[in-house]
Design a protein around this ligand. Structure first.
Ligand SMILES: [Fe+2]
Ligand SMILES: [Fe+2]
Length: 382
C-alpha cells in the first residue's frame, strides 16, 4: 500500500513505487489517495477527491502491477492507515503486506495512530526522498524496530526530490506527461487572480479593460450554459495576449512554434494573434487544449466549436467595453441563446467586411455554415 494525498501524483511517487514494485517483487501495488489526511490540511487551490483518484489511476499505468484504490476515499472521514491496513489484511489474508513511505513519513511514524499495531500488520518499505536521507532512514528504522517491532525494508531507489507543493505551483516540471496534461486541461491548481495580475503587466490599459470585460462575460456565460468557469476565465484572460505585438514579432512566433497559416495580406493583421496567442498560452502559460482552442478560434471561429470556444468568441465580440452599434443587442442575445448570438455576430462580420469591399477569412464562412447547420439540427431534434 502506497498512500498519499496525490495532489498531484508526481514523478517522485512514480519512481519510488517502481523501485518498490521491482525490489520487493510485489504482485500488486495499491496507490491509495487519502480522504482527509489526519496530519495536513489540503491547500486552497486543490484537486477534488475524484480528480486525485483519476490522476492516481493515470500514474498507476506507469508502475508495474499498480492500481489506484479508492478504499480510503470510499470510506471517507480521516484516513487512518491502521483502518486501511486492517481492511487490506481482510481482503488479502494470506499475503505479505508492505506500507510504502518516504523518509519524512518514517521519521514521524511514531506519532501516527497505533504505530505498533500497524507494524504487526505490515512491513514498512522506505524510499529516500533525498540522497542524504540514507543515514536518517537507517537511524529511524533502528528506533522503530526497537520500540514497535517494525520490520523496515530500505529501498534502493534513486531519489527524486520533488513535492506536490512544487508540482502545483508549477515550479517543478517533472510531472509525468499524463498528469501535466490532466492538470493543464482542467486549469487545476491555476491561480486565476495571479494570472490576471500577470496579464495586466503584458497588455496596455485599454486592452486589459477589454480583457477583463471578456473574462466577466465569459464567466457569466459559463454559469448560464454549464461550462467550466475557470477554463473560461483563463481563456478570456489570455485570448489577446499577443495582440499588441507587431506583425514581424507575430511572424517570428509563427516560426518559433511552427504555426502554419494561410492568411492573405487583407486579414493577417486582424487574425494572426489568435494563432500566436494560442501557442503562447500552450507553451508559456502551460494551458491545455480546451483553452488553446478557444483562443485560436476567438477571432474567426471554426467548424466544430465547443461550448467554451463559443463563449470566448462571443464574450470577445460583445463584452461591456465594446461600444459598436449592436454590441448590447448581441450581448443580450448571448445570454439567451449563445448559438444564435455567435451566428448573428459572424453574419454581421461578413456584412461589415463586404461593405468595405473585403472578403472574410474563409474560416469565418465555414464556421458560419457549420453553425447554421448545427442549429438547424438542434431544432429538428427538439
Ligand atoms: Fe482578439
Ligand atoms: Fe479581444
Amino acid at each position: 500500500m502506497f498512500g498519499g494525498t496525490f495532489n498531484p501524483p508526481h514523478s517522485g511517487h512514480v519512481a519510488a513505487a517502481c523501485a518498490c514494485s521491482e525490489q520487493l517483487k510485489l504482485d500488486k501495488l495499491l496507490l491509495v489517495p487519502t480522504a482527509v489526511p489526519p496530519h495536513k490540511q489540503l491547500p486552497a487551490l486543490t484537486a477534488t477527491s475524484e480528480q486525485r483518484l483519476e490522476m492516481t489511476a493515470l500514474v498507476s499505468r506507469l508502475i508495474p502491477n499498480a492500481e489506484a484504490s479508492d478504499i480510503e476515499l470510499a470510506r471517507g472521514g480521516a484516513s487512518y492507515t491502521k483502518i486501511t491496513l486492517d481492511a487490506l489484511r481482510e481482503m488479502y489474508p494470506h499475503d505479505e503486506l508492505w506500507l510504502i513511505m518516504g523518509t519524512d513519513m518514517l521519521e514521524s511514524f511514531h506519532l501516527w495512530r497505533e504505530p505498533e499495531a500497524i507494524c504487526s500488520v505490515a512491513r514498512l518499505a522506505v524510499c529516500a526522498r533525498d540522497e542524504g536521507d540514507r543515514q536518517k532512514i537507517a537511524d529511524a528504522a533502528q528506533r522503530l524496530s526497537e520500540k514497535f517491532g517494525a520490520r523496515v525494508d530500505i529501498i534502493d531507489n534513486v531519489p527524486l526530490p520533488m513535492s506536490s507543493t512544487g508540482a502545483r505551483s508549477g515550479s517543478e516540471s517533472k510531472l509525468p506527461e499524463c498528469i501535466a496534461e490532466y492538470i493543464a486541461e482542467r486549469c487545476l491548481y491555476l491561480d486565476i487572480d495571479a494570472l490576471r495580475e500577470q496579464v495586466s503587466g503584458v497588455l496596455g490599459e485599454k486592452r486589459f479593460a477589454h480583457t477583463l470585460g471578456c473574462e466577466a462575460l465569459a464567466a457569466r456565460l459559463a454559469q448560464i450554459y454549464g461550462a467550466d468557469e475557470r477554463i473560461c476565465r483563463a481563456s478570456a484572460l489570455l485570448h489577446d495576449i499577443t495582440k499588441e505585438l507587431s506583425l514581424s514579432q507575430q511572424l517570428r512566433l509563427c516560426e518559433k512554434w511552427s504555426i502554419i497559416h494561410d492568411y492573405d495580406s487583407d486579414n493577417i493583421e486582424a487574425v494572426i494573434h489568435a494563432d500566436t496567442g494560442a501557442a503562447v498560452a500552450e507553451h508559456e502559460y502551460r494551458m491545455g487544449k480546451t483553452v488553446c482552442s478557444a483562443i485560436r478560434k476567438h477571432t474567426v471561429g471554426d467548424c466544430d466549436m465547443s461550448l467554451v470556444d463559443k463563449i470566448i468568441y462571443i464574450a470577445d465580440a460583445c463584452e461591456e467595453t465594446r461600444r459598436y452599434p449592436g454590441a448590447a443587442g448581441t450581448r443580450e442575445l448571448a445570454l439567451r441563446d449563445i448559438d444564435a448570438a455567435v451566428i448573428s455576430n459572424m453574419e454581421q462580420t461578413v456584412q461589415r467586411l463586404a461593405n468595405l469591399g473585403k472578403k472574410p477569412y474563409y474560416k469565418t464562412e465555414q464556421a458560419l455554415a457549420c453553425l447554421i447547420k448545427e442549429k438547424e439540427g438542434k431544432k429538428i431534434n427538439e
